[in-house]
Design a protein around this ligand. Sequence first.
Ligand code: ZN
Length: 70
Amino acid sequence: MGFTRFEEGTGYCGRCLRQVAVYRPKIRHVPHLLLTLLTGFWAILWIRDARKGHEWRCLDCGATVYKTMS
Ligand SMILES: [Zn+2]
């Protein structure tokens, strides 16, 4: 789905065991709102994307990490 941009930062990855670059999707809600109004069922995909947006992930291995610095 192409409605997300990425936010970046630095965190500690428990899988790589080092400081890594981390990212998370930054959700643009307007296209989701329009598609929900047009189709109705799009709300399901919107909620799924919004949930994913809270997680920071390791840029190297994709594991979920906690961001430690900005
Ligand atoms: Zn990693």
